[in-house]
Design a protein around this ligand. Structure first.
Ligand SMILES: C[S@@+](CC[C@H](N)C(=O)[O-])C[C@H]1O[C@@H](n2cnc3c(N)ncnc32)[C@H](O)[C@@H]1O
Length: 344
């Protein structure tokens, strides 16, 4: 992004949001407008995005004062609980890039300040938009101000519920943006369940999840790192037992002491003891298939509960029962949270 498209409001002020949105408070949510002064230097592609996603690092200097909108959620005592969204150039770049391929009937998860909807309304290839937003207050703050040049339906519901209850609906493109941080566990506990629930509703290749590539970049680094360390047997340096020599269940237990996730790729390395070249090739397959969850499940599901026997297919009911009990026990100690149920 070399230049920043600005929109002039009725008040003569310039903003990055393609429609007018006033400052307002509704319950624990508020829309805040902040002036970024002419001459301010603002990030467009952060170092983090550049490193993890392979994008060119970029920043912009404002040539005039610009209004930035934010959606903020507060606790009862007024302190900030979450900054859900802003219209800073960095958000604009991410949203614009991820919505480039949008067309036809589009599903949007999370209304926020309506930036994504505003961008979609400027796209002649987009015909209709359905926005699913779980917070009534957010809908009341933003919906009345949305552009009116395209049919927009706003549904007040949690996105997972919407996807479960609308199996017969069909969309050409979807953009999911329900989280404000990127971490590996966000990928497995938010993005994957949503992708899996979207099966039959929207093509996997036409789903964009906010900053998914950044999270895949994080997995690439920790996955590769783990792989290389294990081949060089450097775990002892970190005071850990030699994980590769442990049996699967013990391996998983030990590994989880220092890592929240045991990625199926990691389990595969332990199971197969591949050569370095083979491991690198397989890691690429693992990362690519993340964005095609039905395919990913076909190849990797068996390694999701590595060491606990879950992936073993058996007709023996006693074995099945024991597996189920083990699974329930494991669920109790899982720190992935309530979303873990959707991972399978
Ligand atoms: C990061 S903001 C979305 C920003 C939006 N893409 C934009 O362009 O302004 C996340 C939004 O998702 C909503 N949200 C959070 N969890 C949700 C869920 N499970 N289902 C639907 N909406 C959710 C939040 O209330 C918030 O409005």
């Amino acid at each position: 992004m070399n230049s920043l498209q600005l929109y002039e409001g009725a008040d003569g002020k310039y903003t990055t949001l393609p429609f007018h949105l006033p400052e307002q408070v509704n319950g624990k949510f508020k829309i805040v407008r902040e002036v970024k002064r002419k001459g301010s230097r603002l990030s467009v592609v952060s170092l983090r995005n550049a490193l993890l996603m392979g994008l060119p690092r970029a920043a912009i200097t404002l040539e005039r004062d610009v209004i930035i909108h934010r959606l903020i959620e507060s606790y009862a005592d007024g302190t900030q609980a979450a900054m859900w969204m802003s219209t800073l150039p960095q958000e604009l770049e991410q949203c614009t890039r991820q919505l480039e391929r949008a067309h036809g009937h589009v599903l949007v998860g999370g209304l926020g300040v309506g930036l994504a909807v505003g961008i979609l309304c400027l796209n002649p290839k987009v015909k209709t938009i359905v926005v699913v937003e779980k917070q009534k207050e957010v809908i009341e703050l933003v919906q009345p101000w949305l552009p009116i040049n395209k049919p927009i339906i706003v549904v007040k519901q949690a996105l997972k519920q919407y996807l479960k209850e609308n199996k017969d609906s069909s969309f050409d493109f979807a953009f999911y943006d329900l989280w404000c941080l990127t971490q590996e566990w966000v990928l497995s506990s938010y993005v994957w369940p949503l992708r899996r629930l979207s099966k039959g509703i929207v093509e996997q290749s036409n789903i964009e999840c906010w900053n998914e590539d950044e999270m895949i970049g994080q997995v690439r680094f920790s996955g590769l790192n783990w792989c290389l360390l294990s081949f060089q047997n450097k775990f002892k340096i970190r005071g850990l037992p030699d994980l590769m020599s442990l049996p699967p269940k013990k391996f998983r237990d030990e590994y989880r002491k220092s890592n929240r996730e045991v990625w199926p790729f990691t389990a595969w390395v332990h199971d197969k003891r591949p050569g370095e070249a083979e491991a690198h090739e397989k890691l690429e397959q693992f990362l690519t298939e993340i964005k095609d969850q039905p395919m990913w499940l076909k190849h990797w599901r068996r390694y999701e509960n590595y060491g606990y026997g879950q992936y073993r297919v058996t007709a023996n009911p006693a074995f099945k029962k024991r597996n189920k009990m083990n699974h329930e026990k494991r669920e109790k100690v899982s720190n992935i949270g309530a979303d873990a149920s959707l991972l399978r």
